[in-house]
Write a protein that binds this ligand. Structure first.
Ligand SMILES: Nc1ncnc2c1ncn2[C@@H]1O[C@H](COP(=O)(O)OP(=O)(O)OP(=O)(O)O)[C@@H](O)[C@H]1O
Length: 655
C-alpha cells in the first residue's frame, strides 16, 4: 500500500538540510577522518533527484537511517531501499563513505504515473540549506584543480552572476561563471540526464538507478563516470578537463513540474558532475580532422579504449586553435562528456577517430611507455578509493580493456586495429559481436567447461533451445582473403550463444516483472520476506544473474571465425546510427514534446556479461582471456596484411 505523499511540485523542492536528526553542515574539514570515528556525512538522493544531507554516527545502521528518512519522506521503512553503488544496505553501513551519495528508492519498481514518488514532506523541510552552495564530494588530492574554480563561482553567485543553461546535448547542463561573467565550469546534474526525472529537454520516463540511454549505464550514474575518466587520465595525458562530483545548490536547475519562469523559484540541491570549462573554437564534427595532431588522437584513443567509451563522437572532442591565426596545424583537442564510458557490460563502443589516418600511424615511444606502465589493478583500486560507489562491473570492464590494450600494443597493433577489434559490425540491421567479445565468449565457454566437466552428459538435448541451421560439420571459408576454419562438428546441433544470452535477458526481465507484481500484492499485506526477494532481484540486476547453463558452441578458431558469420536466426534490430551525436539519434515524436524512455531507447544486445561471475570465475576468466588474446591478435594482423595486399593489388590493377 502506498502512503499518501506530497504533490509533485513539493516533491521536486529538493531539500538539502533540515533540522535534526538530519542536520546542517558547513564544510568538510570537521569530518576529515570521520570514517575512522564512525561519523560520516552522506547525501541521500531519492530516485527523483531530491538531495538531503545527513549525518551518520557509529551506532547507525540501515534501519535507523531509513527510520529517519521515514520522517522526511513519509514512506515506511519496509517500503524503501537504501543503496550505495552495488551494495543494497541491509544493516551494516561500513561500505558507506563520508561525503558520498546514497540512493533511496521505493521497493515497488514499476509504478504507474499516478503513484506518488519519494518526496520530502512539509514546508519546514524546505530551503534551510546552510551548507556551501557547492560542495565537492570526496577529499581526493586529485581534484585540487577544481577547488579554485569552485571558489570563483561561489564568489560570483554571491554578487548575482548567475549560471547559463547550455543548449547542446540531451541532458541538462549549465555554464557557471566567475565574477567577470566568464564561463568557468559546466555542471551536469545527475537527475537531469537523458531520461532522468528532471531532464529539461523532454527526455524523461525513468528513475535514478534504472537502465538509461544505454542499458549498461544506469540513469543518474553518468556523473561518476565523468569523474572516473578524469581520474584515470594520469598526467593529463589525454587532456580530460578537471572534473569532480559536487553537491550544488542553485535556483537555475530544472525541476519538472515547477514553472521555470516562476520568479520565486526556489533553490534546489543536486548531485552533479562539475567540469572545468575549456574555451574552444569548434568541436571535431565541425573541423577538418586532418589537422588534428597524431599524438592527441592517439592519447584520446588510448583513454577511450581503457574506459570502453561508447560515446566518442565528434561533438565530444572540443577543438581549440592554438595560434589564433587559423593555421591548421596548431590545434589542441579536448575530450569531454565521458558519461557513457565504463558500461556495466560490453556493448558497442563508438570511436569517432577509428577511420582517421592518425589512428593507423604506429604508437610513439612515449605512448608505448605510457601504455606499458598502465596498471589496471592499481587503477581499479584508485577508483574504488576515490569513487567508492563505482560498480564492480564497471571496474571489470576497465580491467579487461586495459589488459586488451596492453596486449594488443605488445603484439604490434595500432590504435585503429585495436578500436576495430572492439567494435561490432552491423550487417543488414543485425549486430554482431566484436572480436573482443568473441574472445570473451570463448573464455567464458572454457571456464564453464571447467565447471561442467562432461557437458554432453550433463546437459540434455532439451536444454539446447536455439538451434542454428548448420551442418554437423566444421565450417570452412575465406574472409578478406584469409581462410578460416570453425570446428563445430563435435557439438552437432548447438545452441546459439548469442541468441541465448539475449533471450536470457528477456527471460530475466519477464521474471523480474512477475516478481515485482507479486511484490506489490504481498507488500500491501505488509509481508517482510518479499523485500528480501526484491533485494535479490536488485542484486541480480547488479550482477546480471549468473547462468551456469549458458553453453557456447565449441569454436576452435577465434575472431575471423564468428565475426563474419551469422550465427543465429534471431534478428536484432539496432535503432542507431553510428557516428551521429546522441541528440541526433533521438528525435521528438510525441506531440507533448516529451519522449518516453521506453519508446526511445534503442534495442541493445548483450553478448557477454562480466559482472555475473564470482571472484574465482573472474580470475579464471581473465587467465583464459589472456591466453586467447595472442591468437586473436595474430589473426587480426593477418587480416590487415591481406587487406593491404588487396589494396595494393587493386591500385596496380587500375593501371
Ligand atoms: N568542459 C567543457 N568545456 C567547454 N564546453 C563544454 C565542456 N563540456 C561540455 N561543453 C559544451 O556543452 C555541450 C553539452 O555538453 P555535453 O556534450 O557534455 O552534454 P550531454 O548532454 O552529455 O551531451 P550528449 O547528448 O552529446 O551526450 C557540449 O556540446 C559542449 O559544447
Amino acid at each position: 500500500m502506498s502512503r499518501k505523499l506530497d504533490s509533485p511540485v513539493q516533491t521536486q523542492m529538493a531539500v538539502a538540510i533540515f533540522k535534526s536528526p538530519i542536520r546542517e553542515f558547513h564544510g568538510n574539514n570537521k569530518y576529515e577522518g570521520g570514517q575512522s570515528t564512525g561519523r560520516r556525512r552522506v547525501f541521500v538522493q531519492t530516485e527523483r533527484g531530491c538531495v538531503l544531507d545527513m549525518e551518520l554516527d557509529r551506532n547507525d545502521n540501515a534501519h535507523t537511517v531509513k527510520r529517519r528518512l521515514q520522517v522526511a519522506f513519509n514512506v515506511p521503512t519496509d517500503e524503501s531501499s537504501l543503496s550505495f553503488g552495488d551494495v543494497v544496505l541491509k544493516n551494516d553501513l561500513s561500505a558507506v563513505r563520508h561525503d558520498f551519495p546514497l540512493l533511496l528508492t521505493r521497493n515497488i519498481m514499476h509504478r504507474s504515473s499516478s503513484t506518488p514518488c519519494l518526496s520530502p514532506r512539509g514546508n519546514d523541510l524546505q530551503q534551510k540549506d546552510k551548507s556551501g552552495p557547492i560542495e565537492i564530494l570526496g577529499q581526493s588530492d586529485r581534484i585540487f584543480r577544481v577547488k579554485p574554480l569552485v571558489k570563483d563561482i561561489v564568489k560570483a553567485i554571491k554578487i548575482g552572476v548567475d549560471p547559463v543553461p547550455a543548449n547542446g546535448g540531451l541532458g541538462g547542463a549549465y555554464y557557471f561563471r566567475n565574477s567577470r561573467g566568464e564561463f568557468v565550469a559546466i555542471v551536469k546534474p545527475t537527475d537531469e540526464e537523458p531520461f532522468a526525472p528532471n531532464n529539461p529537454k523532454g527526455f524523461i520516463g525513468k528513475e535514478l538507478g534504472q537502465p538509461g540511454l544505454k542499458r549498461s549505464v544506469r540513469v543518474g550514474e553518468t556523473g561518476v563516470r565523468e569523474v572516473a575518466a578524469y581520474l584515470l587520465d594520469f598526467d593529463h595525458f589525454a587532456n580530460v578537463p578537471p572534473t569532480a562530483l559536487v553537491k550544488i545548490t542553485h535556483s537555475i536547475f530544472n525541476v519538472n513540474g515547477v514553472n521555470p519562469n516562476n520568479p520565486f523559484k526556489k533553490l534546489v540541491s543536486k548531485i552533479a558532475s562539475f567540469q572545468q570549462f575549456i574555451p574552444h573554437n569548434f568541436d571535431a564534427s565541425d573541423y577538418g580532422t586532418s589537422s588534428f595532431p597524431v599524438a592527441s588522437v592517439h592519447r584520446i584513443g588510448i583513454l577511450d579504449i581503457r574506459i570502453f567509451n561508447t560515446d566518442r563522437h565528434g561533438g565530444n572532442l572540443l577543438v581549440k586553435k592554438l595560434d589564433g591565426s587559423g593555421m591548421f596545424n596548431k590545434v589542441e583537442l579536448i575530450p569531454i562528456d565521458h558519461g557513457l564510458c565504463l558500461p556495466e557490460t560490453l556493448e558497442d563502443p563508438y570511436f569517432e577517430w577509428i577511420h582517421w589516418p592518425q589512428a593507423s600511424i604506429p604508437f610513439s615511444l612515449d605512448e608505448l611507455k605510457y601504455i606499458e606502465e598502465l596498471d589496471p589493478i592499481r587503477d581499479c583500486e584508485m577508483l574504488r578509493a576515490e569513487l567508492p560507489m563505482i560498480r564492480e562491473a564497471c571496474l571489470r570492464v576497465l580491467l579487461l580493456c586495459t589488459i586488451f590494450l596492453k596486449e594488443a600494443v605488445a603484439s604490434g597493433l595500432c590504435l585503429a586495429e585495436i578500436g576495430e577489434m572492439m567494435s561490432r559490425e552491423f550487417r543488414s540491421e543485425e549486430e554482431e559481436p566484436s572480436e573482443l567479445e568473441l574472445v570473451c565468449i570463448e573464455a567464458r565457454k572454457l571456464i564453464t567447461e571447467r565447471e561442467l566437466p562432461s557437458p554432453r552428459t550433463d546437459m540434455g538435448e532439451e536444454e539446447y533451445q536455439f538451434d542454428i541451421d548448420c551442418d554437423d560439420a566444421d565450417l570452412e571459408g575465406c574472409m578478406n582473403g584469409v581462410p578460416f576454419h570453425i570446428g563445430i562438428g563435435n557439438l552437432g546441433s548447438f545452441r546459439n550463444p548469442l541468441s541465448k544470452l539475449d533471450e536470457s535477458i528477456e527471460e530475466e526481465e519477464e521474471a523480474e516483472e512477475i516478481l515485482e507484481e507479486e511484490a506489490e500484492e504481498i507488500l500491501e499485506d505488509g509481508a517482510e520476506e518479499l523485500l528480501e526477494e526484491e533485494e535479490e532481484v536488485e542484486k541480480r540486476n547488479v550482477y546480471g544473474g549468473f547462468q551456469p547453463l549458458l553453453r557456447i558452441p565449441s569454436v576452435s578458431k577465434l575472431s575471423i571465425s564468428l565475426k563474419d558469420m551469422t550465427l543465429g536466426k534471431k534478428t536484432i534490430n539496432i535503432n542507431k546510427h553510428p557516428g551521429a551525436k546522441l541528440e541526433d539519434r533521438y528525435t521528438t515524436n510525441s506531440s507533448s514534446g516529451h519522449r518516453s524512455a521506453n519508446e526511445q531507447l534503442p534495442a541493445s544486445v548483450n553478448f557477454v556479461k562480466l559482472g555475473d561471475m564470482t571472484k574465482e570465475e573472474w580470475g579464471l576468466f581473465l587467465e583464459k582471456f589472456q591466453e586467447l588474446l595472442h591468437p586473436a591478435f595474430t589473426n587480426r594482423k593477418s587480416i590487415t596484411l591481406a587487406q593491404r595486399q588487396r589494396q595494393r593489388l587493386g591500385t596496380s590493377c587500375q593501371f
